[in-house]
Ligand binder design. Structure first.
Ligand code: ZN
Ligand code: ZN
Ligand code: ZN
Length: 432
């Protein structure tokens, strides 16, 4: 089947600079797509919207990414990638698609034209995204169509009617969708798309690093605001609500998490926020993050002290932690195995006698997802390379008493490492 025969309308956007071809297809009698009756009218996007989108698209979503993904997929022996809404889809197309039960799926054959399959009602949204600027056709499906058969047909067309042997599917694809695709493509072994896209996404472009720096600066401002607040007598939940408001006010479009661990709650690394009332003399772990409109994530932890009564042993523990965090950042350099960063922090903490209390890896990659490759953990021998961005967040947790963590986002550059978070890491006493 020749995809080009299905053009049934062109929509020329006001200004005449961008053209989108869209058409509707439904599964034909033999499982392949066929043109549906009646054309979809695509609402016209205004010229200014389109211009703004394509500006952002140029820097954050370079057009050669699809080609690089195809090459990587072919190299891994895959016939193509099937990507539902999430970071992989956004990385390749710039489309921030809603993850809903109606199927949205980028069909990217390793050899052949790509297609972005979207529910008809989301055609305007997809057409207004940076995906419009790519050599990808946007294909709508109607409520009574079978979008899984449509996806399968598009992939088979790229193989000249052959059956795919292996496809990469988005790691976070809903299980029900993965099952429907398995049924529609029974010959295709499914492998996680991260095996192909993880290595590409791990090394950020300069535009991506800038976007992460903007996110880091935004979360720094939230910590800075918090330093002027009085926490004593308030519950963790109340403080967390104010922090969430500040995360949005300071340049994020979404709050991803707000951890306020006061006193003994600070000893639980993934404690969120509880009705516990914060008391004078509490150490408080505040780990917060959000996503900016550009799609990039922030993640930063600072530990505070309420009042000037330092709990017994806490000052020593914090000094060790601070030194460990500095040491881990200092070893960042191209060519150094990622696990070295973990070891730099862990060795110091262990030597000080707190090794058993450092119960998690030192960090995680960050980008379009708050947690992504590379994992900063023992056993990860992947060499650091310029453009890799990850958290450095050692913590020490004394059950029943208190905990402390310091977290910055670091980017590996040619000459070493650069912290994107600039706020100081001293133990900050808040008004008691
Ligand atoms: Zn975490
Ligand atoms: Zn964090
Ligand atoms: Zn983190």
């Amino acid at each position: 089947m020749e995809i080009t025969t299905f053009y049934d309308q062109w929509v020329i956007l006001t200004g005449g600079m961008v053209a989108i071809n869209c058409w509707l297809v439904t599964p034909g009698p033999f499982g392949g797509p066929a043109v549906s009756e009646g054309a979809t009218r695509l609402p016209v996007v205004t010229a200014t919207d389109a211009a703004e989108e394509s500006c952002a698209a140029e820097s954050l979503y370079p057009v050669d990414r699809l080609a690089r993904a195809r090459t990587a997929a072919a190299g891994a022996g895959l016939d193509g990638l099937l990507l539902t809404p999430g970071a992989d889809l956004r990385y390749l197309t710039g489309y921030d698609a809603p993850p809903l039960e109606r199927l949205t799926c980028l069909v990217l054959p390793s050899d052949g034209p790509g297609a972005l399959v979207v529910p008809e009602l989301e055609l305007p949204r997809a057409a207004a995204s940076p995906a419009t600027d790519l050599a990808v056709d946007i294909v709508g499906w109607r409520e009574t169509d079978d979008p899984f058969a449509l996806v399968a047909g598009l992939l088979r067309d790229a193989l000249d009617g052959g059956q795919p042997a292996a496809v990469g599917i988005a790691d976070r694809m809903w299980a029900v969708q993965a099952m429907r695709l398995a049924a529609a493509l029974p010959s295709a072994r499914q492998v996680p798309a991260s095996t192909v896209l993880g290595p590409l996404r791990m090394r950020k472009s300069a535009a991506e690093v800038d976007a992460l720096r903007r996110a880091a600066t935004a979360i720094d401002r939230v910590h800075e605001q918090l330093r002027g607040w009085r926490l004593v007598g308030r519950t963790e939940l109340e403080v967390a609500r104010d922090i969430a408001d500040a995360i949005l006010a300071e340049g994020h479009s979404r709050v991803n998490f707000v951890i306020v661990g006061s006193g003994p709650n600070g000893a639980s690394p993934h404690h969120e926020a509880s009705p516990r009332v914060i008391e004078h003399g509490d150490a408080v772990v505040v780990d917060i993050g959000g996503t900016t409109a550009e799609g990039y994530c922030s993640d930063s932890t600072r530990t505070y002290l309420v009042g000037d009564d330092v709990p017994t042993g806490f000052a020593d523990l914090y000094a060790v932690l601070h030194e460990a965090q500095l040491a881990a950042c200092a070893v960042v350099q191209p060519g150094v195995p990622v696990e070295t960063v973990d070891a730099a922090a862990r060795d110091l903490i262990t030597a000080a006698g707190y090794g058993e209390l450092f119960v998690h890896r030192t960090g995680h990659g960050i980008g379009l997802e708050e947690h992504e490759q590379p994992w900063v953990v023992a056993g990860n021998a992947e060499p650091l390379a310029p453009g890799m961005t990850f958290s450095v967040e050692p913590g020490i947790y004394l059950p029943g008493r208190y905990g402390a963590r310091i977290e910055d986002i670091v980017v590996c550059i040619e000459t070493g490492g650069e912290r994107l978070n600039a706020l100081d890491r001293n133990l900050v006493p808040l008004e008691g």
